[in-house]
Write a protein that binds this ligand. Structure first.
Ligand code: 2AM
Length: 187
């Protein structure tokens, strides 16, 4: 007897939660990365795609998307300060990034809390240690001496759930939904 054909469940794509950068900050990072491409090569991330990933879910089945957005609807997460004050290079994946010498504990707590909730609901298989960073260039082989980064600081006011896929022009992103982070309540 012929075997029943099997069909993969339709996928919602590769999903991640992230903080998007304010335009002034992405402008600075993009300009610096552009200057480095001229000297050292690498593939420039588009200015409007610069982000800081809080939790990476990977491929999620389309039918699980409502449960995921419902879960995020129920979150109550605070606004957090973000400070990017150094450039870094990872030789293992050829990424140039903007990072923090001392990430704000509130930012780390936000990512930890989001990851924990997602893990408990079965949306995260494994979690890497959270290293807050904004990827500026990919496929960079020889970065040379990295210039200093004028500190970029802002308060993140919302998180985004984003779908990514590969296109001819590199990674393409589509925002699935956004949720506000709540302002601190003064005692
Ligand atoms: P990267 O820029 O350091 O590659 C979309 O791919 C986003 O998810 C990017 O910010 C990417 O980080 C991040 N990402 C991809 N795979 C990941 C993984 N396994 N763990 C954590 N973040 C990941």
């Amino acid at each position: 007897m012929a075997a029943e054909p099997t069909y993969a469940a339709p996928s919602a794509g590769r999903l991640f939660f992230a903080l998007w950068l304010p335009p002034a900050c992405s402008g600075v990072l993009h300009a610096m990365a552009g200057a480095m491409v001229g000297r050292s090569g690498g593939r420039l991330m588009r200015e409007d795609t610069l982000h800081l990933t809080l939790a990476f879910l990977g491929d999620i089945a389309e039918k699980r998307l409502p449960a995921l957005t419902e879960l995020a609807d129920g979150l109550s997460l605070p606004r957090v300060p973000v400070r990017l004050d150094r450039l870094g290079f990872w030789a293992h994946n050829h990424i140039l990034f903007a990072g923090s010498t001392a990430p704000a504990p509130a930012l780390v707590a936000l990512a930890d809390s989001l990851q924990e909730t997602l893990k408990e609901a079965g949306f995260l298989a494994e979690t890497r240690a959270f290293v807050p960073h904004v990827t500026m260039l990919r496929k960079l082989l020889h970065p040379g001496k990295l210039p200093p980064l004028p500190a970029q600081e802002w308060e993140a006011e919302e998180i985004a759930l984003v779908r990514s896929w590969r296109s001819d022009r590199g990674a393409a992103y589509e925002t699935v939904a956004r949720w506000p982070l709540h302002a601190a309540v003064n005692a």
